[in-house]
Write a protein that binds this ligand. Structure first.
Ligand code: SF4
Ligand code: SF4
Length: 457
């Protein structure tokens, strides 16, 4: 019986501006070749989605990926396409090299963006010179501004760095973990691989030219390949056939996301010509599949992208594990909050690790009476956080410009009476009032860290 496709990949842009050495698109860019692809326009995209839905090829539960061999944010109509998805309530996943940020205006424009991925070839200008060819600082700034803008425009899904591990960038991972923690996003390091069917096949068939082989041996991790191939089950089945539907920017149905434009089995014809069962039959009967399985291309790719060959711990939790203090603090506040709040708390623990360590030291022998500036949600979170990580801190009051009375039986004071209160320390926990609070405390002769810090989740 025919089944809907679980994953659908639609290429919004058959063009990329990256120069990645081992990717089909990047290889062509390096040679200065004219891009062989183009862009999908918004009206074609809408027509395609309607066709796939009305022919029951996909449904609301299918994962929709808007990229394959190109950079989706280069598409001049990408905003219109995303606005359509959002209006129709269709969830989708984006991946970008962050070279050309596309920003949004409406507070709900990115409500249906389920996942945002940043692909990075390392964490230094040297690594970017070797692979993508972009200015590294610009990319970091772009990632920060994309995240800020997308979160302001309704994005609530997962954001992650997909870190391509090369021999020359392993030592940069630490900095990437720190960056991801600061930006409150996850990080998935995995081995960069020969992302070009012909090149991968040549490597596996031992027909690769010496110069290319030498370069691959100096840049990529390839030590696992022989063992992996030995472990490949005889009856191995490729999940691209039945689980992935891949369509390019011209609405051509593709064999899969592994076979690129240079290959004669790349396209199976216009998707508009086929019903679901015809798509299935076509995808299951491509002669190239025998060769691909014989050499183990798809088996290796799937192993690299799965946990099996993931020799790096995912997420910035690895960074934390190496820092006992942060880890203990995080454990002490874990599981009370939802994932997003938890991430923000973790990021702040890392950001403020020196300050918190100083306060721990200072409160070891003596109770510290403190005030929280901000009697709202931020103040409550800060209170919980301080109680968890600084047990010798005693909350004596809140400061709030707009509220008076009590919060959980703790008195609330106006900022004007601050000079008359008895306290040892202040935690600023208000986002809208933080500049004013900082200024007021400095005006009173108080000093950051010694007398106050901001803890804004
Ligand atoms: S790996 Fe990604 S960023 Fe690099 S050239 Fe290929 S599509 Fe572009
Ligand atoms: S076996 Fe290879 S060529 Fe065939 S669908 Fe799978 S990945 Fe593509």
């Amino acid at each position: 019986m025919s089944k809907l496709y679980k994953n659908i990949i639609i290429e919004l842009s058959g063009i990329c501006n990256g120069k990645c050495t081992w990717c089909t698109t990047g290889m062509a860019n390096r040679k200065g070749l004219k891009p062989s692809g183009g862009y999908m326009c918004a009206s074609k995209f809408i027509e395609l989605m309607q066709y796939l839905q009305s022919n029951k090829i996909i449904d609301d539960n299918s994962n929709l990926y808007l990229y394959n061999w190109g950079e989706p944010l280069l598409n001049p109509e990408v905003k219109e396409i995303i606005k359509h998805l959002n209006k129709s309530g269709i969830h989708f996943i984006l991946s970008t090299n962050a070279s050309k940020p596309v920003l949004f205006d409406g507070s709900n424009d990115l409500k249906t963006l389920k996942e945002l991925r940043f692909s990075m070839p390392g964490f230094s200008q040297e690594s970017y010179n070797r692979i993508h060819g972009f200015d590294f600082n610009t990319i970091k700034n772009n990632i920060s501004s994309i995240l800020e803008n997308y979160r302001n425009c309704g994005f609530q899904g997962d954001a992650s760095i997909y870190y391509h591990v090369y021999q020359f960038n392993v030592r940069e991972l630490e900095k990437a973990y720190e960056f991801s923690a600061r930006e409150r996003i996850n990080i998935y390091p995995y081995y960069a691989y020969l992302n070009d069917y012909k090149t991968f096949k040549e490597y596996l068939a031992s027909t690769m030219q010496y110069d290319q082989l030498k370069k691959a041996s100096q840049e990529l991790f390839l030590f696992y390949i022989d063992q992996e191939l030995k472990d490949m089950p005889d009856e191995y089945t490729c999940n691209q056939m039945d689980e992935f539907l891949v369509i390019d920017e011209n609405c051509e149905l593709l064999t899969c996301c592994v076979i690129d434009k240079e290959n004669e089995y790349y396209s199976l014809g216009s998707i508009f010509n086929y019903s679901l069962s015809e798509v299935e039959n076509l995808k299951r009967s491509q002669p190239i599949c025998e060769e691909c399985k014989k050499y183990g291309v798809i088996y290796l790719i799937q192993s690299i992208l799965s946990e099996k060959l993931n020799h790096f711990e995912n997420g910035y939790t690895r960074y934390l594990k190496e820092n006992d203090f942060c880890c203990q603090s995080i454990n002490s506040v874990q599981s009370r909050f939802d994932r997003e709040v938890q991430r923000r708390i973790e990021a702040d623990i890392i950001r403020l690790r020196n300050e918190i360590q100083y306060l721990m030291e200072r409160s070891r022998e003596k109770q510290i009476n403190y005030l929280i500036w901000g009697a709202g949600n931020g103040g409550e979170l800060a209170k919980y956080f301080i109680t968890s990580v600084l047990p010798n801190f005693n909350l004596v009051g809140y400061i709030d410009k707009f509220k008076l009375g009590e919060l959980n039986r703790i008195p609330i004071f106006k900022p004007q009476v601050l000079g008359e209160l008895n306290f040892d320390y202040i935690i600023i926990a208000t986002t809208p009032g933080k500049s004013e609070a900082n200024q007021k405390l400095v005006d009173l002769g108080l000093r950051r860290v010694k007398d106050f810090i901001e803890i804004i989740f």
